[in-house]
Design a protein around this ligand. Structure first.
Ligand SMILES: [Zn+2]
Ligand SMILES: [Zn+2]
Ligand SMILES: [Zn+2]
Length: 925
């Protein structure tokens, strides 16, 4: 007998073997070898989205990098030149925050910007090394020795080059505008950095006493008040106006001798809440009900600062469902307020809150007054108390409402009107052009992602690109020390670009402008030569967003636009968008041809992972315990286009699936290693036995499916096709049926060579199809493979894509026979099971099958592509007759059991002491 044998071990021991293999890849520069192999071919560029360089890698990172590696390995095998340059996002608040924590806030505030930047740089670089080791361990191939870092000089310069291109087109402007402000992070926040969640706030109703009476109430004896409503008491010190809904009806209610003005529709409900009787002021026998316009430009006493007056305005944004229909207006702290005031010509905006969220000290309007030095949250109860003591507080209660929070630190944010830099979405048509690119020139995976980013681009406000921090690339603007003019022009921008190329953006903070600006160091307004470098830095999304320039365009091995970007779906508001806006802004087109968006990683119950829940899956630990290939197989098996789950149970199931794949590779090797070379021993397709032809046809179909799935970034479809093929079709049916021929036929006979030829095709196909997923395991199998099955290569990454000996069209011609054979097989299997449970037979070899089959099936099963059904079903014989309906009967096999192959046949003689040997076995022996 030919017994199976191979050196490919059954037990994987991945956690021990993978690190050795990885070292071998690094020592022998496998990534470089792949590039060399495909040098000069068409390129495929997957541009890496830079993870943030703080802390070790998590399972989301692992999914991201493995997905990218699967794509890259697939295109490498397709013969493309696939340069992969991993990157890191190095600037930004979280790193600066870590440094602040390390130094302590007091010391931090005394440290020079240059020193803080040095410490941030150190922190980023340390973390990059940590993450890099984690990514490499996952088996991800790439140019790890030359990654891109957003802190490189070239990247700093690219930031300004893109800035200049957009500045020259008139897209960048400086504006005074309320922006989201995080007092914990000391910075303005972009819309993309805001999360909404519920927050409980004080809700107060306050009397604002008018300084003169509105038309129709001239004769009213007592004071007349606006009853305003707000959920941010701390904005009352900066109150400058109240807004009423244009066209709406307002009523005056009499209470304790005062006339209290509210929206008519809301007044009864408000009175009930206040504990007042609803008694409208009567004028000429009729309730006093007038349109909002009656109050336009009426003045009232500022509730905190004596002698200051506010003014009543009309504004569409005023709600008529809650409160009193009159809102107080603090243009320094609200976007709606700001624009309502701007429309009325109020431009002298009061903004008494500093970067830390504390009131400026002083007694005048424009400071915190009685609340000087207090934090805004701390001030809330004091302000309420102040109003209560003055007798102007009508009601205080708590409400829960949706409120903006800082994406990074999760604290509620404020609005602050400050001077900021913006990218205009509409001035030069950026919004329209970006939307057009999204819809028409980029392929999105999944397709509906286009709607998501499209809607975001459509609705987003102007992009606030300035931040008030240390760790980033400066906005290249100067202030004239003589006249205060802001200075920025092509000459200064070119000088800054040159400076950054040479010395990086650190130089902005250390070098005097006159030392590098040269002729450009002049104020166009007053002609002075004393320019001071401004302090604002660029939004960190700008940094990573211009990587198309700093990396794809600058690095000769890459291409711009890139073929594909792949990141988590949160990047629709982050990197996908900042890359799109800067590329469209500077060059008029998207930086990518396709975008793959992925969901988040959750635990088995669909919850976020957190230390407190104890459900964190650490990829480094899984590598140490189970092996990177298990994580890779998990990534391939889940639908990453939406959120995915992982826990220990899921990993254990993945591990089972892994064993099925490994065992199949091992079985194939056990019939091939040292026993078969396709180039010398292979049988041409035309000469294969019919059953073997059928299998080649089948594998050709599966291969086409896998190919299509990889090319459309649908990994789970590739995984599912391979898993079903290996487990359901190969292991359970075909490989089982083939064992008799493999074990018993003469080693060099056509019967055995034909079978081995198919096994070699199966093996070759699986090596390619599984290589992107089980990169370590497939590489391990290389050492045992017939050279002709693996392109005479040593490393799996160097394989070229599998090519079947027949086309898909040719393969599809076998579909009918395959289906008919399998349909009859089900009937036979059922009959065998019945016979087994009845105790008639124990083994399928003991029976012969008598089958009646319908005409069409009969034609297929006896036609030119018909297979040896007895072999396929592992029975002694199959006798077919044509009839109306499918019917299967089973009877005892003729002949007797062959001592060697255990098939029931007519035995022909004796060999080496065995009396019962069938003809085939006698021949083989
Ligand atoms: Zn924050
Ligand atoms: Zn000047
Ligand atoms: Zn035999």
């Amino acid at each position: 007998m030919n017994l199976p044998k191979t050196g490919f071990p059954m037990r994987a021991g991945l956690s021990k073997s993978e690190p050795k293999r990885l070292k071998d890849w690094q020592d022998n520069k496998v990534y470089e070898q792949v590039l060399k192999k495909n040098e000069g071919h068409k390129k495929f560029v997957l541009h890496d989205g830079p993870p943030y360089a703080n802390g070790p890698i998590h399972i989301g990172h692992a999914m991201n990098k493995i997905s990218k590696d699967m794509i890259n390995r697939y295109w490498m095998m397709q013969g493309y030149e696939v340069p992969y340059v991993p990157g890191w996002d190095c600037h930004g608040q979280p790193i600066e925050h870590k440094v602040e924590e390390k130094l302590g806030t007091e010391k931090f505030n005394q440290t020079s910007t240059a020193k803080i930047r040095e410490l941030c740089n150190e922190f980023a670089v340390e973390n990059i090394e940590l993450q890099k080791a984690g990514f490499r361990r996952l088996g991800v191939l790439g140019d790890w020795d030359n990654p891109y870092l957003t802190l490189y000089h070239q990247h700093d310069a690219a930031d300004i080059e893109v800035f200049k291109a957009m500045f020259d087109k008139g897209m960048i402007y400086r504006g005074h505008k309320p922006v989201h402000w995080c007092k914990h992070c000391h910075t303005a926040l972009a819309e993309a950095e805001i999360e909404y969640s519920d927050e409980t706030s004080p809700s107060i109703f306050v009397r604002f006493e008018m300084t003169f009476k509105p038309a129709g109430l001239e004769k009213f004896d007592g004071p007349v008040d606006f009853i305003i409503w707000t959920t941010t008491p701390w904005t009352i010190p900066s109150d400058q106006a109240v807004s009423l809904k244009p066209g709406a009806a307002y009523v005056a209610v009499e209470h304790e001798g005062r006339a209290e003005v509210m929206l008519e529709d809301l007044a009864p409900k408000c009175c009930e809440e206040f504990g007042w009787e609803y008694t409208p002021v009567m004028v000429d026998g009729k309730p006093y009900v007038v349109p909002a316009e009656t109050f336009h430009h009426i003045h009232y006493k500022q509730p905190i600062f004596d002698g200051v007056e506010g003014v009543a305005l009309l504004a569409d944004y005023v709600g008529v469902d809650d409160g009193t229909g009159i809102v107080h207006n603090s243009p320094g702290h609200g976007v709606d307020d700001y624009f309502a005031c701007l429309k009325e010509g109020i431009t002298d905006i009061c903004m008494p809150v500093d970067d830390d969220g504390k009131f400026y000290t002083g007694e005048e309007f424009g400071t915190g007054g009685p609340f000087s030095g207090m934090d805004t949250d701390e001030a809330n109860p004091h302000i309420i108390e102040f109003l209560r003591e003055r007798g102007t507080l009508v009601l205080e209660k708590k409400i829960t409402h949706s409120y903006p929070h800082c994406w990074r630190c999760k604290h509620p944010v404020l609005f602050r009107a400050t001077d900021q830099w913006f990218v205009s979405m509409d001035k030069t048509g950026l919004r329209e052009q970006a939307g057009k690119e999204v819809r028409e020139n980029v392929k999105w995976y999944p397709a509906h992602a286009a709607n998501r980013i499209g809607a975001m681009v459509e609705q987003r406000p102007d992009w606030c690109i300035s931040r008030q921090r240390n760790w980033g690339v400066p906005i290249p603007s100067y202030t004239c020390a003589d006249c205060g003019e802001k200075v920025m022009n092509d000459a200064t921008l070119d000088a800054v670009i040159k400076l950054f190329h040479e010395k990086g953006s650190d130089a902005w903070f250390t070098d005097a402008p006159e030392s590098y600006l040269g002729e450009a160091c002049v104020c166009p307004k007053c002609g002075g030569h004393h320019l001071k470098a401004d302090k604002d830095i660029l939004d960190v999304w700008w940094d990573s967003g211009v990587s198309w320039k700093a990396v794809c365009e600058y690095r000769p091995e890459l291409e711009y636009p890139a073929d594909v970007y792949l990141e988590g779906s949160d990047q629709h508001r982050g990197w996908f968008q900042s890359s799109l806006l800067t590329s469209v802004g500077a060059n008029g087109h998207a930086p990518y041809k396709a975008v793959v968006s992925q969901g988040f990683t959750l635990d088995g119950q669909g919850r976020k992972m957190s230390k407190s829940l104890g459900n964190v899956i650490d990829p480094n630990k899984v590598c140490d315990e189970m092996g990177a290939d298990i994580i890779r197989l998990w990534v391939a098996s889940v639908d990453t286009s939406s959120d995915v789950s992982i826990d220990h149970e899921i990993l254990a199931r993945t591990s089972d699936a892994y064993r099925r794949f490994r065992n199949t590779l091992r079985f194939l090797l056990s019939e091939l290693e040292g026993q078969f070379e396709p180039e010398t021993d292979g049988v041409a397709f035309a000469d294969l036995l019919p059953l073997d032809k059928l299998m080649v046809a089948r594998l050709t179909q599966v291969q086409a499916e896998v190919d299509d799935a990889y090319a459309s970034y649908e990994f789970p479809r590739a995984y599912r096709a391979l898993y079903d093929f290996v487990v359901t079709e190969l292991s359970n049916v075909y490989l089982d049926a083939l064992k008799d021929r493999l074990y018993c036929e003469k080693p060099g006979s056509l019967e055995r060579r034909s079978a081995q030829t198919v096994l070699a095709e199966l093996f070759s196909m699986l090596m390619r199809d599984l290589q992107p997923i089980l990169s370590y395991t497939v590489d391990e199998a290389m050492a045992y493979a017939p050279a002709g099955c693996v392109d005479h290569q040593k490393y799996a990454a160097l394989l070229d894509w599998y090519k079947s000996p027949i086309t898909v069209d040719e393969a599809n011609e076998f579909e009918g026979v395959l289906e008919a054979s399998l349909e009859l097989r089900s009937a036979v299997t059922k009959a065998l099971e019945d016979a087994r449970s009845a105790g008639t037979f124990t083994k399928s070899q003991q029976v012969r099958v008598k089958a009646v089959v319908p005409a069409e099936m009969y034609a297929l099963l006896t036609g030119d592509k018909a297979v040896d059904l007895a072999e396929f079903y592992i029975v002694s014989d199959v006798e077919l007759t044509q009839g109306e309906e499918l019917f299967v009967a089973i009877e005892a096999a003729e002949g007797e059991c062959c001592d060697r192959c255990w098939n029931y046949r007519t035995t022909v003689g004796e060999y080496n002491g065995h009396a019962h040997i069938c003809k085939r076995c006698a021949n083989a022996l």
